[in-house]
Structure formats: structure tokens, C-alpha cells
Design a protein around this ligand. Structure first.
Ligand code: BES
Ligand code: MN
Ligand code: MN
Length: 458
């Protein structure tokens, strides 16, 4: 039996169990942003540890941190063989707005061959593919190299405690490559491999006017309204070409070479379908760049939330004392989150009129990365995908962030391969997040091939 047949047979035989187990994983509301779910986080970490152990890992450990635990496990078959470190996250984003879910976020439901649940794609579904691919290799006696797993519970809130763990566990985490499935492909017909992640600087701003909420008739017109001021300040952060107006913001941005831009823009992309899917009549962005460039290679600034005054039912005439917003900036090489956080803070305070007080609170950050396309690991991923999808994957630049990846390189000196099997349309972080069964099983099929080629090429 050839390798592919062996893999397919195993998956076929255990298909339903794989899915049942994934559903169990998805039922835990492991929301890292909200401390109300701390106990669910612990239960989820226990589940991951149990599954790693059952699949054949040794030294499985639930590593305590100042925040959510990190689950570690490994299978060392031969110290002279290469080692792959698999990273993923078991935490998920909040489910809000919950009323927009067709089936509840934490009751995984199958519709039209797709799994609907928070975390279905980001990242529980993709983490589970790795655990099942590992089980498959153990059960069929085909694991060709060493594996280490590190599955964390704080990716969606910036991985601060994982940074500490990585710095303190350099020996334990020694590996030849880091393998991550937490990104997207273009489509099943156009498989792709992401070769970059943007960095992030996330902060909250608060504008304070009068010392209490005021009657908007009695005082309105005489006192600055913090909501109006905040709106104006935020609006001023982009100019007429949708460039960010913070002085120095673009100073260290690396421009892509003409060939790189051409290669990026040659990826399949249908603007009409894109607009239709999102329900917008026109796209928006920095003048002079295509949509793929805007999301993959250019820095951005977005308001993630904005509030102030009365937002309950009906009308209340009030001049609010405070208004606030959550703002994030996506960063590209060679910007750093510290530099951009400082530039923003300085600028935002500077543009504030004297009629209000402005405070800026940094949340978390992450650095941008570009991953190599000429490494053994990249070639192995390329070959594996080509074999399972029947088409050579296209290199793309993703717009999302995985804060720990840059740190892996800086602290451990290990490069990453981003072999993600999700789709941008899987509604990550949105209501009705989904993961196609085809992607799930294709992933389990592709991963053992990666190990095979990576070991052969090493
Ligand atoms: N898996 C995503 C990142 C991602 C998604 C990369 C799609 C490429 C394509 C990850 O879980 C994520 O959402 N990261 C956060 C960063 C975090 C610090 C909140 C993000 O990108 O907003
Ligand atoms: Mn993720
Ligand atoms: Mn995410």
C-alpha cells in the first residue's frame, strides 16, 4: 500500500470518531478575553492534554502560567532525526453578537457539509487535524521524525504568558521547524501557503469631558461633547488617500520589490465576488495598492469598537462625560509594535483639544513576520499540498496576526511554516464561524505527507 492509500484508509475508517471528538472540543467555551470562562479554559486544556496522550504523546504536561495553561506533549523517536514543533491555540474569540448565530456558538452543528461553531476553524478544528494526523502516524507506524506539541490558551489575547514560557523553555522547545495551521488558503481549488503575518498594536483610548453626564439641552452647545471630539479625532487618523496621518507611521515600512508585488497580485482574486460576499458596493483602502496588497503588505488602522453616552433602547438626551474606543493597527516589516504604540499615543494626545482629557491604554502587540519560501520545510509543505490537493500551492501574504511567531524566531531561532487549511470566508471572529469537513479531512491527509517530505529532505 502506498503512503497516500494508507493515510486515506485510516481517515476513512475513523472519520466519524474524529468528528465526534472535535465536536467535544468545540463545546468548551474557551474564551480567553473574558475571565468568566476561566474554568472552561482549564477544562479545555485538560481535554487537549488527554487527546495528545491518547494519540501517543509522552511527557504530556499542562504547564501553568500567570494566565491560561499551555499544553505540551512530545514523541521523540530518535534524537538524530529532525524535530517538528506544532503550535496552535485552544482559546477562542467571544461569540458576540450571539443573536446572529443560526445555531449556538458552542453547540457545533453540521450544515451543508460544514461544521458551525466558534473555533471550528480558528483554531480548534485546525489543532485537532494535527492531533489526529499524529494519531494516524502512530497507529500506522509511519511517524518519520520527532514531534513536539505546544498548544496555548491566550493567542486571541496576545500570548503574553507564552512569551515568558518560550524564553524559559528553550531547551525543551528545540526543533528544526515550527508548523502552524492557523491561517487561510485561497480555496480548495487554489490551495495556498501564507508566507507572512502582520504585526499588531492594540490600544484603547478614552476621552473625558465634563465630570458627569449632562442634560444635553441645558449644557449642550456650551461644553465639548467627548463623543463628537473622539469621532473627529478618529476621523483625522486617515487622510483623503486613506493613508494614516500619524507622523512617522510609515518611516520603517519596507516597500515590496516590483517582482514581489507582481507575484502577489497574480494570485486568483475576484473583486466582484469579494464585494458580493461582504455586501458592499465598493472597496476602500490606501490609494495606489490593490486589495491583496492592502491586506497582506500594508499597515492599517482600524476602530474595533466605539462607545459613549446612552446606547440603550429609546432616546435619552444626554451629553456624555466620556467616550472611548478600541483601536488596532496592523503592522508590516520593519515596523515594531512598541514604536507604533508610542507614535500613536503621542499623536493622539497631541491632537486632543483643550476642552477634553485624553488617555491611551496599550493592550497588546505582536511583531510582523515574513516566512521563507526556500526552506526545506516550505518545500515539504508545498509537496505535501501538491500531492493531496493535486495543485501546487500559491504563496500569499495573510493579513492576520499570530503574535508569537516573530518571538519563536527571535528567541528560539526557528523559522515557521504556515500551513493553514481555513478559508477567509470561514467567518473567523464573526458569527457563524465554520470549517468545511473537506478542509478538515484534507488537512489530516496532508499533515503526514509534510512529515514524510520534511524528513526525506532534511
Ligand atoms: N488565526 C488568527 C490569525 C490569522 C487568521 C492569520 C487568518 C491569518 C489568516 C489568529 O487566531 C488571530 O485571530 N489573531 C489575532 C491576533 C491577536 C493578538 C488578537 C488577530 O489577527 O486579530
Ligand atoms: Mn487563530
Ligand atoms: Mn483568531
Amino acid at each position: 500500500m502506498d503512503k497516500m492509500e494508507l493515510i486515506k484508509n485510516y481517515i476513512d475508517k475513523h472519520k466519524q470518531r474524529f468528528l465526534d471528538e472535535l465536536f467535544e472540543f468545540l463545546r468548551y467555551p474557551s474564551i480567553s478575553a473574558d475571565s468568566k470562562y476561566n474554568e472552561d479554559i482549564i477544562n479545555t486544556a485538560n481535554f487537549v492534554a488527554k487527546q495528545l496522550l491518547a494519540a501517543g504523546a509522552t511527557k504530556v504536561e499542562i504547564c501553568e502560567t500567570a494566565g491560561n495553561p499551555i499544553v505540551y506533549g512530545e514523541k521523540i523517536i530518535d534524537a538524530h532525526k529532525p524535530t517538528v514543533l506544532v503550535y496552535g491555540h485552544y482559546d477562542v474569540q467571544p461569540a458576540e453578537p450571539i443573536e446572529k448565530w443560526i445555531s449556538p456558538a458552542f453547540e457545533p452543528t453540521l450544515r451543508d457539509g460544514k461544521i458551525y461553531a466558534r473555533g471550528a476553524c480558528d483554531d480548534k478544528g485546525q489543532v485537532y487535524m494535527h492531533i489526529k494526523a499524529f494519531e494516524l502516524m502512530m497507529q500506522t507506524d509511519t511517524l518519520p521524525c520527532n514531534i513536539k506539541f505546544m498548544i496555548e490558551g491566550e493567542e486571541e489575547v496576545g500570548s503574553a504568558n507564552l512569551s515568558i514560557f518560550v524564553k524559559a523553555n528553550k531547551e525543551r522547545l528545540k526543533a528544526d521547524v515550527i508548523l502552524i495551521s492557523d491561517t487561510s488558503m485561497i480555496s480548495l481549488e487554489n490551495p495556498s501557503l501564507e508566507t507572512g503575518l502582520r504585526g499588531l498594536s492594540y490600544l484603547e483610548v478614552e476621552v473625558t469631558g465634563p465630570n458627569r453626564d449632562l442634560h444635553s439641552g441645558v449644557y449642550g452647545g456650551a461644553v465639548a461633547n467627548p463623543a463628537t471630539i473622539l469621532a473627529k479625532m478618529i476621523a483625522s487618523l486617515h487622510d483623503e488617500n486613506n493613508k494614516i496621518t500619524i507622523p512617522g507611521f510609515y518611516d520603517h515600512v519596507l516597500d515590496l520589490k516590483t517582482e514581489e508585488r507582481q507575484a502577489l497580485n497574480s494570485a486568483p482574486f475576484n473583486e466582484e465576488d469579494y464585494k458580493k460576499d461582504l455586501g458592499v458596493n465598493e472597496l476602500w483602502g490606501e490609494t495606489g495598492y490593490s486589495t491583496l496588497e492592502r491586506t497582506g503588505t500594508r499597515p492599517t488602522l482600524e476602530v474595533n469598537g466605539i462607545w459613549g453616552g446612552y446606547i440603550g433602547e429609546g432616546a435619552k438626551t444626554v451629553l456624555p462625560s466620556k467616550a472611548a474606543a478600541k483601536i488596532s493597527m496592523r503592522l508590516v516589516p520593519n515596523q515594531t509594535s512598541e514604536e507604533i504604540t508610542n507614535l500613536f499615543t503621542h499623536h493622539f494626545k497631541k491632537i486632543a483639544p483643550k476642552s477634553v482629557k485624553v488617555e491611551v491604554f496599550p493592550h497588546h502587540g505582536g511583531e510582523p513576520v515574513v516566512t521563507p519560501t526556500d526552506s526545506i520545510a516550505y518545500l515539504a509543505a508545498q509537496k505535501a499540498i501538491e500531492e493531496s490537493f493535486g495543485k501546487k500551492p500559491i504563496p500569499t501574504r495573510g493579513g492576520g496576526s499570530i503574535p508569537i511567531v516573530a518571538l519563536f524566531e527571535a528567541e528560539l531561532g526557528i523559522k515557521t511554516v504556515l500551513m493553514g487549511f481555513g478559508l477567509d470566508s470561514d467567518a473567523l471572529h464573526s458569527p457563524n464561524e465554520k470549517y468545511d469537513l473537506v478542509n478538515f479531512y484534507k488537512g489530516i491527509e496532508t499533515i503526514p505527507l509534510f512529515y514524510k517530505y520534511f524528513t526525506e529532505l532534511s
